[in-house]
Write a new protein. Structure first.
Length: 182
């Protein structure tokens, strides 16, 4: 009888594996390079983000390859060589965005994800940007990237295109590192 009870306990504990949750939250720093695209390449020039911050909520488990993502970020940029740089060099920008999207893990490693996000962006510059001759813009933004969890941190690389709409268009390569947690 005891042998039968022990076998039942062992059989119940050897059931289906339970998915382990990945840390859903992330907050950290982001840096990168930026350039205007198309006609805005001459208007904006090229430069870098001297400081950026980002926070994300992206719950995932080791069992599912798909998940969703919500990310907020703010970037402080400096652009050189553009027509908008009239009074003071460099052209300084502040960009804030909120994006939602999906994350997909095509690898066996449960800690790597490809990302696809889209959302809205606010852009503010220290000088008017042609041809609208405005300093404030609102439009869309989209990004594709890669996330890697490592020992309580998340490293990410994103290629971002914005402002989609009437604002100055730019392409940026961003690299971030952040703390993960609940």
């Amino acid at each position: 009888m005891r042998l039968l009870a022990a076998a039942a306990v062992l059989a119940s504990s050897a059931g289906a594996a339970v998915a382990e949750p990945m840390p859903p939250g992330q907050i950290g720093l982001v840096f990168g390079v930026i350039s205007g695209t198309g006609a805005d390449a001459k208007r904006l020039g090229f430069g870098f983000y001297e400081l950026g911050i980002q926070a994300a909520w992206q719950p995932a488990t080791t069992e599912r390859p798909w998940g969703f993502s919500a990310r907020w970020s703010a970037h402080f940029g400096m652009l050189y060589g553009g027509q908008a740089e009239q009074i003071e060099a460099p052209l300084r920008t502040v960009q804030m965005d909120v994006m939602v999207g999906i994350r997909y893990r095509p690898w066996k490693a449960p800690s790597r994800f490809l990302t696809l996000r889209a959302g809205g962006e606010l852009l503010r510059a220290n000088e008017p940007i042609p041809p609208q001759m405005s300093r404030s813009f609102v439009g869309g933004v989209a990004s594709v990237g890669f996330d890697q969890y490592f020992s309580g941190f998340m490293f990410n690389v994103d290629v971002r295109y914005g402002l989609i709409g009437d604002g100055p268009r730019s392409l940026a390569l961003l690299v971030g590192i952040g703390f993960t947690g609940p």
